[in-house]
Design a protein around this ligand. Structure first.
Ligand code: ZN
Ligand code: ZN
Length: 240
């Protein structure tokens, strides 16, 4: 099929996933759109991945005050980009407008953000599930699409069916603080604990806001016998 590629490129040239402008490589962004992406880079807390805002915050162990005060249940947490206006534009398109072509680009960004996690070792990838009701409405789970692509990239096994959301909840985005914790409490379940027992699990989701969903899923996985849980999201909302 490769000999057809130049012809296909003339008829259907690759387009920027952000603005639709013609670009050279498939599944990429043009230079203007790329500039709008805010990648999370070091220095950040080596446990929760929170970027240090200024030098005075950086501790000797590269661990933020929150993680020092109370060690999180999650082994490592990483996000690829900050949730700015442009990230929102891409992610909303991915979530609600069938822009599933974005998954390859997102999986690449996840892979870059996951280097510390991969170094520590991962046995199985699990995407954060949607409720059945939401899955029917949206027809696909955006976290699962990204996670599947990520699994192809890394060769790490993926399990879509074990972690399930047993109750439909209000979207976390419309809630605040404690209401978010309450909203997700007890709504996730492991159907086959033996499949996660003793395993190092990597949970994947699209956006991390307060981390309530990821925390709840982590708790459920550890309770089911997982050896460790890392969490990886495409974008992270920066707290003000
Ligand atoms: Zn563009
Ligand atoms: Zn931290």
């Amino acid at each position: 099929m490769n000999f057809l590629k130049p012809l296909i490129d003339i008829i259907l040239p690759p387009r920027c996933l952000g603005c639709g402008k013609i670009v050279e490589t498939e599944y990429s962004l043009c230079a203007d759109c790329f500039q709008k992406v805010s990648f999370i880079t070091k220095p950040y807390c080596k446990i929760c991945g929170l970027p240090f805002e200024n030098e005075s915050e950086i501790t000797r162990h590269m661990i933020c005050p929150n993680c020092l005060a109370k060690k999180p249940k999650t082994r490592l947490n990483r996000s690829a980009i900050l949730y700015n206006d442009f990230a929102q534009h891409l992610i909303l398109g991915f979530k609600f407008s069938d822009r599933t072509d974005l998954r390859k680009l997102f999986a690449k960004w996840l892979y870059l953000a996951a280097s510390d996690i991969i170094k520590e070792g991962v046995d199985m990838i699990i995407p954060v599930p949607l409720s059945y009701k939401r899955l029917i409405k949206r027809r696909y789970n955006q976290a699962a699409l990204m996670a599947k692509e990520f699994s192809v990239f890394t060769g790490i096994e993926i399990d879509f069916l074990n972690l399930v959301k047993i109750r439909h909840t209000r979207p976390q985005a419309i809630l605040k603080g404690n209401a978010r914790l309450k909203n997700v409490k007890g709504v996730y379940q492991i159907k086959h604990p033996h499949r996660v027992k003793g395993k190092r699990i990597l949970l994947i989701d699209d956006v991390m806001t307060t981390g309530a969903t990821l925390n709840e899923c982590t708790k459920v996985l550890l309770k089911a016998g997982a050896l460790s849980v890392d969490t990886l999201t495409l974008a992270r909302v920066k707290k003000d």
